[in-house]
Design a binder for this molecule. Structure first.
Ligand code: ARG
Ligand code: GLU
Length: 697
């Protein structure tokens, strides 16, 4: 009896320790359900995903294919991050109505603002279609033959799937192509902007606080889905009506405490959790550093010029944020890999794997995988860096080179597909106009002088900025008047084009093909490795890498220790906003109204039990890019927060989730409600939600 008790305790402890992973919502029964329960959840697998009844999944929408959003009222009110709705907020902004700076609140449904090209997609059903997708695939086939067989199968699956006329369907590979799942989807295209706080709340702390804790950002925005009279997806029409969802999330006023269960439900983009040690080594010791260096060189110039001029600051705000976001993430990733000793740990794991292969008699089939990885990566490293450096310089950091890159593609259309030239020219011209809207030749030249030496040190010629037509929109547009022949001729006379063309040509004819050729066997081997892992060590927890499909991740509210002798509490408060306040600062200014509310202690019902307004909190949920805007859900299925970031040392969770230091960052639902109600005075929005007190039962 005693022995059984001890054994039971051991199992419970084991299970409690199991966190991390992004799980397929239709497959939670069994192991995940048990783990969630042991972490404090009261939800069943069916509460989360059910095909025949409404369930939590019906409230979760993919926001424009990049972020996540959720329904929080019976009238189709949608919650997502401020940084996810940033483009929409910006597009409705002007100098007179600066919604980015001042915020925006629709005081009635008539005032809600329609958005072209914004959609929200829900998942109706998930089916395992592995057998059908892999039908006819044989080991004797080449990789290309395998893929074409799979593509044909997927086509067939999509054609014959049972679904309503207005629903969509997609099939995606999981576990590196060892499994396939089908998704029936419902996509809504009439999504209107309802509310956004000023950037001094929604983006409070900006780059300095990005990817770090303690955090005090109210990173949220509100939208609403409109449907036709039958509650079905429809293009924008003023006759559309607010969408009546199958499920919406009640919002909890009780919040969470350290140790409470949390679950994050959303659309994580990409992870790489099953890399061999040699790959992690390459990424963190060679690949990341070279990309970090290029972005650092670009940011040095952009940051200096933004500080020196308000006009530049406004033009470059969004670009700078994009460049800095990944730059800072990579630095954190390297830090975390080092701190957690991830490479040595992965090597130790590989020793276990090798031992298991031997014990199970699998050496003949899989024994060469790890040595093969070593060889392939040794051969791949240089071209991977070279290709990525090209992309960083020509497509991310320098805009003159970006204009040249696209011009080269236009020239290829002119030469090879003349019938498509007019269409391609128009889209090029639109792109040019888009770039020039926020372009400053002087800043771009400075960026060029800083980054080009890191790609092609022998060939840096900033004098092209004085000679080219592309630094001025009108001059540039003149080059594109007339037919294909004329445009090609004009282009090839331009100094910047003459300068950049050989490098771009080299990219398309040498660099990229070599990259593809060396990457393909790695991808194929990674698929075999995944299969081998699952056969050799069948009892480990395997979740499929993120691939922009709907996933569940769960954990608990927890602080963490980033460094020796430092511990971060899991919750931050409004007091911290005021502590960080720097009047007039571009990152840490605070709106006067928020200061007034704070001083008057006018917090309404949005405080914790000590009378303080919680702002952000940490959890052990395993998230990644794409989980922005995902709901944080409590043990009962209520909304307690909104995911928007991870902590710096934990961004390595894309390759190596470590429950010691990997934390996701969420805005507390009560801060969101407080801002909507007390700051914006948009009480009508609160009234359409369902506020609950799960802890006061
Ligand atoms: N780091 C978060 C993410 O990866 C937030 C980015 C937006 N905020 C910012 N300061 N750039 O998307
Ligand atoms: N901010 C990220 C996003 O836009 C989420 C943070 C992360 O990468 O975990 O999806």
């Amino acid at each position: 009896m005693k022995y059984i008790k001890i054994l039971f305790l051991f199992i419970v402890v084991q299970v409690t320790a199991q966190q991390g992973g992004m799980w397929i919502p239709s497959l939670l029964e069994g192991m995940n359900e048990q783990e969630m329960t042991s972490l404090g959840s009261k939800l069943t697998a069916k509460d989360i995903y059910d095909v025949n009844n409404s369930s939590l999944k019906d409230a979760i929408g993919h926001f424009n294919g990049g972020c996540t959003s959720e329904v929080i009222s019976p009238e189709g009110l949608i919650l997502t991050n401020h940084h996810c709705g940033f483009g929409e907020i910006q597009s409705h902004s002007s100098l007179e109505n600066d919604y980015l700076k001042d915020g925006f609140w629709a005081m009635s449904k008539q005032e809600e603002l329609p958005n072209e090209n914004l959609y929200i997609e829900f998942i109706v059903r998930i089916d395992d279609v592995t057998t059908k997708a892999l039908n006819g695939v044989a080991n004797t086939m080449t990789e290309r033959e395998k893929q074409s067989t799979i593509d044909k199968n997927i086509n067939e699956i999509q054609k014959t799937v049972q679904k309503e006329a207005w629903q969509g369907v997609k099939v995606k590979p999981f576990y590196k192509g060892n499994q396939y799942f089908l998704f029936v989807t419902e996509r809504f295209d009439d999504v209107r902007l309802v509310g956004a706080p000023p950037s001094s709340i929604g983006k409070f702390g900006s780059d300095t606080d990005n990817w770090v804790f303690p955090r005090h950002t109210g990173d949220f925005a509100l939208f609403r889905i409109y449907a036709d009279k039958n509650n079905r997806p429809a293009k924008y029409s003023k006759d559309n009506v607010p969408y009546k969802p199958k499920h919406f999330l009640p919002v909890s006023l009780d919040g969470v405490e350290e140790g409470d269960f949390t679950m994050v439900f959303g659309f994580p983009g990409t992870t790489n959790e099953y890399l061999p040690a040699v790959a992690i080594q390459h990424i963190t010791q060679e690949f990341n550093p070279s990309n970090i260096a290029i972005r650092e060189a670009a940011l040095k110039e952009i940051d200096a010029q933004m500080k020196a001029s308000d006009a530049v600051r406004i033009k470059y705000a969004s670009k700078q944020a994009r460049i800095a976001n990944a730059w800072k993430k990579w630095i954190g990733e390297n830090l975390g890999i080092k701190k957690s000793n991830a490479i040595a740990e992965r090597q130790a794991f590989e020793a276990t794997f090798k031992k298991a292969l031997k014990e199970k008699g699998l050496e003949a089939s899989y024994g060469n995988i790890l040595p093969e990885f070593e060889k392939l990566y040794a051969d791949f490293a240089e071209i991977n860096i070279r290709r990525r450096n090209f992309i960083e310089v020509f497509l991310v950091n320098n805009e003159l080179m970006q204009m040249m890159f696209r011009a080269y593609q236009l020239e290829q259309v002119a030469l090879n597909k003349p019938e498509r030239f007019d269409e391609a020219k128009n889209s090029y011209i639109n792109r040019l106009k888009g770039i020039h809207k926020d372009f400053d030749a002087n800043v771009d030249k400075g960026v060029f002088s800083n980054v080009m030496p890191l790609y092609n040190p022998k060939n840096v010629d900033a004098s092209i900025y004085e000679k080219t037509s592309f630094t001025n929109l009108d001059n540039a547009l003149q080059l594109f008047e007339g037919n294909a022949k004329k445009v090609v001729k004009n282009l090839n006379k331009d100094a910047a084009y003459q300068y950049a063309k050989p490098m771009i040509k080299e990219f398309f004819t040498k660099i990229d093909p070599e990259f593809q050729q060396k990457n393909q066997p790695i991808t194929a081997l990674q698929k075999t490795y995944m299969k081998a892992l699952m056969e050799a060590l069948p009892n480990a927890r395997y979740f499929p890498d993120a691939n922009s499909t709907l996933r569940v991740t769960y954990g608990q509210v927890r602080g963490y220790s980033p460094r020796d002798a430092v511990y971060y509490n899991p919750v931050s408060y409004l007091d911290g906003v005021i502590e960080k306040y720097v009047p007039g600062d571009y990152e840490f200014d605070v709106p006067q109204k928020l200061i007034d509310l704070y001083e008057a202690k006018d917090f309404g019902q949005y405080t914790d039990k000590n009378g303080k307004v919680p702002v952000c909190f940490l959890g052990t949920n395993h998230t990644t890019g794409g989980n922005s805007g995902s709901p944080a859900i409590d043990a009962h299925g209520n909304l307690i927060g909104l995911n928007f970031d991870r902590v710096w040392e934990g961004t390595m969770s894309d390759m190596n989730y470590d429950p010691e230091i990997c934390r996701n960052i969420m805005v507390d639902a009560r801060y969101i409600l407080f801002i909507i109600d007390k700051y914006a005075g948009a009480k009508h929005l609160i009234d359409e939600m369902k506020l609950v007190h799960p802890k006061k039962k």
